[in-house]
Structures are given as C-alpha cells and as structure tokens.
Ligand binder design. Structure first.
Ligand code: ADP
Length: 411
C-alpha cells in the first residue's frame, strides 16, 4: 500500500525517493519518482473503464487504473496502472484525488471504511450499496413507491416453492450481487426441478426470486449528476436482448413521449434520492401496465455507448466531468436515429480484429473493439451508426457487426 498521503499535500516530481545500493563495492544511487497524485483513479478491468479512461485523456486528465491483469481491456489502454486485487483500492485512494468504481466485485465494507476516513469515492457509498446489492436496491425503490417486480430472498428450496405457489411459474432467479464478467446472474426457471437445479449450482451465492414480467420492451435511462445536484439526462434508449444478453440499442425508443418523460423523471428522482455522483443508468421494463424499474447501475452503461457518436458529450466524458465536479456537457441526441449493436463472440471464436477492414468498409459506422480474446457470449466490441432513419441506420450497424464476426448480415 502506498505511503499515507492526504489529498491536500503537494505531490509531484519533487517527491523523490533516493536509495543507495552497494554493488561490486561501489555505491550506486537510484533516483526514482514516487507515484504522483493522480486526479482520478478508476477501479475496473473492462471496456467501461477503458472508455472512461479514454474520455479522461481527451480532457488532458491521466487517470490511474486498478486492474487485475495485463490483458484486461482497460489495462491495455492504460499508461498508468496498478495490477492488483480490487481490494488494493485501499492503496489507490491514497494516490488519487477521486476514485470511481467500474465493476461490482469490490468489497462494500472496505469502500465504506475508506469513505468514512475522508476519501472521495464516487458515486458514493449510498449509491454503490444500492447498485451492488439488488435486494437493498429493491427495498429503496419500494420505499419510494417506485414500481418494481415482486421479489423475495431465496435462502432455501422452500422459499422458492412458496414464491412460485403465490406468483406462479416462471420464476426469475437472480444473483443478489453480480459475479465476475463471465458469470450468469439471471435464470428464468419454468419448474420446481429447474429452479432447484439453479439453486444448487449457485450454492454459496445469495439469490433472490422475482415474478416474471410480461415485457413489451426494455428501456434504459442514462444520466450524469454532479455533486450538488446538477443533472443531465440522455434520451431514452430502447434495448433489445438476444439469448438473455443486451444486443441492440436504439434511440429514439419506440415509446411515446409520455412514457419517455416518465422514465427520465423516475431515473432523475432515483439519482437525487441516492445523491449519486457520476453516471447512473436505470433499466426499465415497459409492460402493458406501465413502467417497472428493473435495475440501477452506478457507472457508464452499455446502453449509453451510442452517445459517443450520438450526443455532444459521451456518457464517459460526463462521468469523468461529474466525478471531478466539472461542468457537465449537453446530452441531447445529435441525430434523429442512433443504433448500437454489441459484437458478441460466437462459438466459432472469430476474432473481430481480424475482420476490421471489412467492418470499416461499411461507411458511416463507427467501430469500437475492446481488445478482448474472443469467446462465446463475450462482448468483444460494439458498432454505432447514426443518421436520419432508424431502420437504415440499424441495417448499416448490422452489416458492420456481421463483417466483424465474419458472417453474412442476418436480415
Ligand atoms: P443483468 O444485470 O445480468 O443484466 P437483469 O436484471 O438486467 O440482469 O436481467 C437480464 C435480462 O433478463 C433483462 O434484460 C430481461 O430481459 C430479463 N429479465 C430480468 N428480470 C426479469 C423479470 N422479472 N421478468 C422477465 N424478464 C426478466
């Protein structure tokens, strides 16, 4: 862990460590710089941390990353990185003015202790606790009379049977906390046997049950909030899942203005209540009975990638601005149609980087690759197309996605 240093102390090139070595009878003096205080620390390994870092660099801010391996998507792009277990955040906070957290595998108790000790962790522990723990999150939303699925903790097989007896099958089983990136967190089970099998396979992970929602479509609201409450909300994104994974994101969403405004208002009120700082994403199900809040993520979100090209300020830049308490940038859509498609690895393990030229030949599509090893179901990149017509833009994005995966477009 780094030497304890308060954020207000001046540190920089003048902080020099001098050590003497006695080699072959001669005295050699090694002069090495102590790590300088970085304005921004990022705990994260994936594409979210990678793109947040790129947004910080655009503003001339060199963040320090806490990554777990040299091959991590975020590590590949980081000039200033510490490779360690996420618990090394205790050291990172000593070296950074502000620390923001990309993934959910950080110990909340540790973050709480660091915040209590006066370190600046954003979005803040109240928000992190709500985002990391789905049961706690649901209770907060219920207390605010926001619509959420019916839910219950699953501590035993009896809990599952009791839940299904009242609410029927299918039952949605969820992990209360997200696992590693490759871990599955949601199972829609149709029967007692299937549910008990999931529970035994996931033994050791806290689980919850939720009633199945007849979803018409899924919406995501992304917003950025500064300390003190200034909020900017992006246009509502419609999210289309494939094989249980987010695949296509479209804006504008195919919902009326009233629903879109209601979703944006609910997301803003959640951010206010949690006193969130940074980007907050609120996922909704739209059912025939209206909006249901599915989940809160306290970081830039997959559905917001489209605003790199589709808005004057990307969600990543606004996250950096918000956590550093800098003025937020505008969040309106710069085009009347924006589509992002995730590039998800198939069983053939095709590496999209091999097909980059073919994808770039699809004019007007912006290609983002995350530098990850291809594996089935893994998000390897995304493509975004902008324009005037949603179907046309979607077709362009689909062609680039298919090119990257070495496939023919599937229309
Ligand atoms: P994750 O955090 O792994 O993305 P989510 O809670 O967002 O998990 O669920 C993933 C997907 O599973 C959702 O986008 C939705 O399509 C489906 N899903 C989740 N909960 C329910 C539910 N209660 N009813 C119906 N489908 C659900």
């Amino acid at each position: 862990m780094a030497a304890h240093r308060r954020r207000s102390e001046p540190v920089g090139p003048e902080a020099v460590e001098t050590r003497s070595l006695h080699a072959l009878g001669s005295s050699v003096t090694i002069v090495s710089e102590m790590p300088t205080l970085s304005p921004l620390g990022i705990v994260g390994v994936g594409q979210i941390a990678r793109m947040t870092q790129q947004a910080a660099l655009k503003l001339g801010i060199q963040p320090r990353l806490l990554v777990e391996g040299l091959d991590d998507s975020a590590a590949q792009a980081a000039a200033d990185r510490v490779i360690a277990h996420p618990d090394a955040v205790a050291g990172l906070v000593e070296e950074c003015g502000v620390v923001t957290v990309e993934h959910e595998r950080v110990d909340i108790g540790l973050l709480q202790a660091l915040e209590d000790a006066g370190h600046c962790i954003r979005p803040g522990i109240k928000t992190i606790r709500a985002a990391f723990d789905k049961i706690h999150q649901r209770r907060i939303l219920l207390n605010r009379s926001l619509p959420v699925p019916v839910f219950a903790e699953l501590n035993s097989a009896d809990d599952l049977i009791d839940f299904a007896t009242v609410f029927g099958w299918p039952v949605v089983i969820k992990s209360v906390r997200a696992g590693a990136a490759a871990d599955r967190n949601v199972w829609i089970v149709e029967s007692r046997a299937e549910g008990l099998r999931v529970m035994s396979e996931q033994a050791g992970r806290p689980l919850m049950a939720e009633n199945f929602q007849p979803i018409v479509t899924e919406l995501v609201v992304i917003l950025a909030r500064r300390p003190g409450g200034n909020i900017r909300v992006y246009p509502v994104v419609e999210s289309i899942q494939k094989d249980g994974q987010r695949h296509v994101m479209r804006s504008p969403a195919s919902v009326g203005r009233e629903i879109a405004n209601e979703a944006r208002a609910m997301a803003s009120s959640i951010a206010e209540h949690l006193d969130a700082v940074g980007v907050l994403a609120v996922e909704f199900f739209l059912t025939n009975d209206g909006l249901i809040v599915n989940e809160i993520a306290a970081r830039p979100h997959n559905a917001g990638h489209m605003f790199i090209e589709g808005s004057p300020t990307s969600q990543f830049e606004n996250h950096v601005r918000a956590v550093l308490d800098l003025p937020l940038g505008p969040t309106w859509a710069t085009h009347s149609a924006i589509v992002t498609r995730n590039v998800i690895g198939g069983i053939d393990r095709v590496d999209p980087a091999q097909n980059l030229a073919d994808a770039l030949a699809v004019e007007g599509v912006s290609v983002h690759l995350y530098g990850k090893m291809a594996a089935p179901g893994r998000k390897l990149g995304h493509v975004t197309a902008v324009g005037d017509d949603l179907d046309q833009v979607d077709e362009m994005a689909m062609r680039a996605e298919a090119a990257l995966l070495g496939r023919r477009p599937s229309w």
